[in-house]
Write a protein that binds this ligand. Structure first.
Ligand SMILES: Nc1ncnc2c1ncn2[C@@H]1O[C@H](COP(=O)(O)OP(=O)(O)O)[C@@H](O)[C@H]1O
Ligand SMILES: [Mg+2]
Length: 246
């Protein structure tokens, strides 16, 4: 179904002690779409992503990821979601191949050797498969991390600031790859601080103080905020939120 929702959650809430860091977040993302997740540092993006992939239990809220209940089916969600953490999550002191092989074992990928070979070919890293991951450039590390989180053929990708600190050319190539994956029907929720990346998303969710302040296409958000561009729209939204929430 083209209009099937890969992410469909309402009222998602997480408290750490007395602080509500994610506050009644609603998010709907249709299958095969790329949704950008933006907001200042500390606004609750990573916490939201962790609730969506079943790593954190929400204190309130309900809904589904890939049709699976986020409260009760987190184990199944984890098997079908690829999660790329904010910091390089692989082992610097293992080779490229060893890293991929390790992740494939974790996910009990059938026919592991073929999967890892395929990933190395797609990455263009067959010649360098014995090289230690720690010796790769930032852009290559990110490509390797993306390949690792695709090994178990997830249907939903949750990418947490995947291109932070990556040079512009590598970022562009990374985004070309994200679009190829979406064209294959994979849904992507990706957090970023880069405006050029935001404009390559089908929809944007802007969050601050744990609350969704805007949702829509870049053009809709700019128009609603009465701003000249996306960056100005976000600055306005945060300014209004500061007045309301602080
Ligand atoms: N495990 C935790 N315990 C306590 N506070 C946390 C924990 N994880 C995140 N926080 C706090 O929750 C807020 C939101 O964090 P986070 O979701 O990482 O935001 P973002 O990814 O948007 O930068 C921050 O103030 C952060 O310090
Ligand atoms: Mg974060």
């Amino acid at each position: 179904m083209a209009d099937e929702l890969a992410i469909d959650v309402r009222g998602l809430t997480k408290r750490f002690g007395p602080r509500t860091v994610v506050d009644a977040v609603d998010l709907q993302v249709p299958r095969g779409r790329i949704c950008g997740f933006l907001g200042p540092n500390g606004s609750g993006k990573t916490t939201t992503i962790r609730m969506l992939c079943g790593l954190l239990t929400p204190d309130a809220g309900s809904g589904t990821c890939l049709g699976l209940d986020i409260q009760t089916q987190s184990a199944e969600i984890k098997r079908q979601v690829g999660y790329m953490t904010q910091r390089f999550g692989l082992y610097d002191d293992l080779s490229i191949r060893e890293n991929l092989d390790f992740v494939a074992r974790l996910f009990e990928v059938p026919d592991r050797r073929t999967s890892v070979d395929g990933a190395l070919i797609r990455l263009g890293l067959v010649q360098r498969q014995r090289q230690l991951a720690g010796t790769l450039s930032g852009g290559w590390k990110q490509r390797l991390a993306l390949a690792a989180c695709l090994l178990h053929t997830p249907r939903l990708l949750l990418l947490d600031e995947p291109t932070a600190g990556v040079d512009p050319k590598a970022r562009r190539e990374f985004w070309d790859e994200i679009h190829r994956l979406a064209d294959q029907g994979i849904t992507v929720l990706v957090s970023t601080h880069y405006m050029d990346e935001a404009t390559r998303c089908h929809a944007l969710c802007y969050i601050a103080y744990g609350k969704v302040l805007a949702f829509g296409t870049a053009a809709q958000i700019v128009a609603q905020a009465g701003a000249g561009d996306l960056e100005e729209a976000f600055i306005r939204l945060v300014g209004q939120a500061q007045d309301n929430f602080q």
